[in-house]
Ligand binder design. Structure first.
Ligand code: XIL
Length: 347
């Protein structure tokens, strides 16, 4: 009798110890299931790369901050690309297969010296910086670099050119000059124009496409468009997303969903998340992944999430509000959004 009792006790014990079921139906990870690269960023948050965790879920990493001009251009004539070498080694160690370079020419995160630099001499700085950047990329061996955001955010919402310091010096030719320096690289390094609100604002998307067509007409290479995709649970609609993707590919450009995060608090009205909001967020992530996965393969450069855990997102710091826009929570546990992305790709 005692033995029967012991066996019963063991049975109860084992059934209690059964590992808690995974939140997702599938035990596979995003990178294992996707037919296109799945990217993330973690360079600033996990500054000590030995703790990098994304290689388990993602197969490509984008440089969130370490390859911006303020980190690489110490003075007008000394550029140091050591951060690229360091990142490529450490991303490889962390299990990533590929690296996307973000971003060469932008109007933010510039070195301090540039604000006092004579405008008429910026032309020369831009050319030399891009030339050396391209060389450093072509010499990177420790990880496969698949693409480069050559120019970031050159347009206003009304489709006009942003009046940044590059534009003030060279007009729109600064964009052409930058792409020209990268155009002779091996075509396996895809060249991107990257900007935000493209799925929300058709005027801006049309302007981006016209800009890229103009660049091509000038004989430089532009392979694709990065649609940053800092969006929220309310918009853009599935229809807007589908139309934006369709428009980009119909003009012959690859699509990179390059900085995906989906805000649950775009109007700064709440201070915590709820099951309902997480569900709405999961549905919007599902839409993005489903619509993207339906594009012809040759236009799919991949989807990149702008960070891993909610605690690492740039949004709360940048916009000074509570948010939880990513697919892992603060403790790097999977959120419903992670599972919905998986489900969107499983079909
Ligand atoms: C953000 C980074 O995520 C932050 O860590 C940094 O403080 C500011 O820049 N569009 C871009 C990215 O192209 O480079 C920005 O990244 C987010 C908006």
């Amino acid at each position: 009798m005692r033995q029967v009792g012991f066996v019963f006790f063991l049975l109860v014990l084992f059934s209690c110890q059964k590992t808690s079921p995974s939140l997702c139906d599938s035990d596979k990870e995003l990178k294992d299931i996707a037919s296109f690269p799945i990217g993330t960023t973690e360079d600033d948050v996990v500054a000590n790369w030995t703790t990098a965790i994304g290689g388990k879920y993602f197969n490509r990493i984008t440089s969130e901050n370490v390859l911006k001009m303020d980190r690489l251009a110490q003075s007008p004539d000394s550029f140091d690309f050591f951060p690229l070498a360091k990142m490529s080694r450490e991303a490889n160690n962390a299990g990533y297969e590929a690296l996307h370079v973000h971003t060469v020419i932008w109007h933010k995160q510039l070195p301090q010296w540039i604000s006092n630099y004579p405008s008429q001499e910026l032309d020369d700085v831009l050319t030399r910086y891009c030339r050396e950047y391209a060389k450093a990329i072509s010499q990177t061996e420790l990880i496969r670099i698949t693409g480069i955001d050559v120019v970031n955010e050159a347009l206003n919402e009304d489709g006009t050119y942003r009046n940044n310091l590059w534009f003030q010096s060279m007009g729109r030719n600064y964009i052409l000059k930058a792409f020209r320096e990268f155009s002779s690289l091996d075509p396996n390094f895809k060249l991107f124009y990257n900007d935000f609100n493209l799925a929300l604002n058709p005027i801006k998307l049309d302007a981006a496409l016209d800009l890229c067509d103009w660049l091509r007409s000038q004989g430089v290479r532009v392979d694709g468009i990065g649609t940053q995709m800092h969006i929220n649970i309310h918009e853009p609609s599935a229809n807007d997303l589908a139309q934006a993707f369709e428009k980009i590919i119909s003009r012959g450009y690859e699509v990179h969903v390059s900085e995906l995060d989906i805000s649950i608090n775009p109007y700064n009205k709440i201070e915590a998340s709820s099951d309902k909001l997480l569900q709405q967020q999961a549905e919007k992530f599902h839409e993005v992944f489903r619509l993207y996965s339906e594009l012809p393969k040759k236009y799919q450069y991949g989807i990149t999430l702008w960070g891993i855990g909610d605690g690492d997102s740039w949004i709360p710091t940048e916009f000074k509000r509570f948010d939880a826009p990513l697919v892992f929570d603060q403790n790097y546990s999977k959120k419903p959004a992670y599972c919905s992305c998986l489900r969107a790709l499983e079909k």
